[in-house]
Design a protein around this ligand. Structure first.
Ligand SMILES: Cc1cc2nc3c(=O)[nH]c(=O)nc-3n(C[C@H](O)[C@H](O)[C@H](O)COP(=O)(O)OP(=O)(O)OC[C@H]3O[C@@H](n4cnc5c(N)ncnc54)[C@H](O)[C@@H]3O)c2cc1C
Length: 335
């Protein structure tokens, strides 16, 4: 366990905002992770967990306590089952699955961050989400002060949501179990743009490696692959989730997808763009990505306050013009 006092949240987050950290505690094995969390809790120090920092808006005032950086590693395979340590980079897990003929996560290629954070917002893209393959999440429960295993039902997975997201000060993810298909072909392709790129129909399969390559290519074209040389990737990915509204309140002209009975999922990107925040709209050091109106990006010198004020302007404009309330996807960290 390594403790540092010279680090800012901006150094640990992909939006690169956020002030000084009182104590940065880097842990490399699960016992250390539990010990670090217990120690902070027992000392009454505020504790923030960070994996890759790719889905947080960190406060300008910094963190007056412990930031526990989860750097645990390891993938254990038994047949189609993978047990993955929380700190393992998610993109490496997908690469491992594809290279080893395991299907079920190939459409989630190129998503930054740690595996332990994937169940938190039920990470998803291009027709797949981790809830389709997660069979268990081992956690340290800070309320019960003990380790336990959550079933998928106990995780309460929903679209970009879970119980872990709603109870952020309770569960520390230690490892995640995925049940994948032993197959060199993908699961049925469920996303029109991906099917087109692969030259297949929706519902067809394709070689795993082809799906991975196509997804990364599509993501790169939208600035959705982390790359220090690409200013459009200085983001937290999509800043808003696609709003789910009663079908009778669907917005005319807005692309949409069927959701649960009687509900429709609207394109947040279309709403943001149509409310006057097209690609490349800038305001001070923040703005929308030049290639994707849903990704908010920062420039050197940006602050979290500036970013959140810009996001609030978008929310207000969409609300006023379309009567739809956008919900931010990243966690805005507060004490
Ligand atoms: C360029 C780009 C593209 C993206 N594309 C997508 C996408 O296509 N689909 C998608 O769903 N997301 C996407 N994201 C968002 C992000 O990558 C994911 O949400 C990712 O899972 C976050 O992982 P992380 O380790 O960086 O989490 P962090 O940002 O470190 O943390 C996110 C939240 O999870 C909590 N957390 C972290 N680790 C743990 C743990 N071990 N136990 C409990 N809580 C924990 C944190 O406290 C915080 O509340 C994108 C982000 C970027 C920058």
């Amino acid at each position: 366990m390594q403790v540092r006092r010279d680090v800012r949240l901006a150094d640990l987050t992909t939006l690169a905002v956020g002030g000084p950290i009182e104590r940065l505690v880097e842990v490399t094995d699960p016992a250390e992770l539990v010990a670090a969390v217990r120690e902070a809790d027992e000392a009454g120090r505020p504790m923030l967990l960070l994996g890759g920092g790719s889905n947080v808006v960190a406060p300008d005032d910094g963190w007056p306590g412990d930031v526990v950086a989860v750097r645990t590693r390891g993938i254990e395979r038994t047949g189609g089952r993978l047990v993955v340590q929380a700190g393992e980079p998610w993109a490496d897990v997908v690469a491992y699955a594809v290279d080893n003929g395991l299907a079920g996560v190939e459409a989630l290629s190129g998503i930054p961050g740690s595996t332990g954070a994937t169940p938190v917002q039920n990470v998803g893209a291009y027709g797949q989400e981790v809830a389709q393959t997660i069979t268990a999440v081992r956690v340290y429960d800070r309320d019960e002060k003990s380790e336990r295993t959550l079933t998928p039902a106990e995780c309460g997975f929903a679209y970009r949501d879970s119980r872990l997201k709603h109870e952020p000060s309770r569960f520390v993810v230690l490892d995640v179990t995925f049940e994948l298909d032993e197959s060199v072909l993908s699961r049925p392709v469920g996303y029109a743009e991906l099917a087109r790129t692969l030259g297949v129909e929706i519902g067809d399969t394709a070689p795993l490696a082809d799906v991975r390559r196509a997804v990364i290519e599509l993501r790169r074209g939208k600035g959705m692959v982390l790359d220090p040389a690409d200013p459009d990737s200085r983001s937290a990915g999509s800043f808003f989730t696609n709003p789910i509204v009663p079908t009778e309140r669907a917005v005319e002209g807005c692309p949409s997808w069927p959701a649960d009975d009687g509900f429709t999922k609207l394109s947040a990107a279309w709403l943001v763009q149509s409310a006057g925040f097209g690609r490349g709209t800038r305001d001070g050091h923040v703005g929308t990505s030049s290639r994707h109106s849903l990704a908010l990006t920062t420039e050197p010198g940006a602050t979290a306050t500036e970013l959140l004020a810009f996001a609030a302007r978008i929310v207000a404009a969409v609300e006023e013009q379309f009567g739809v309330t956008l919900v931010p996807e990243p966690t805005a960290v507060t004490l």
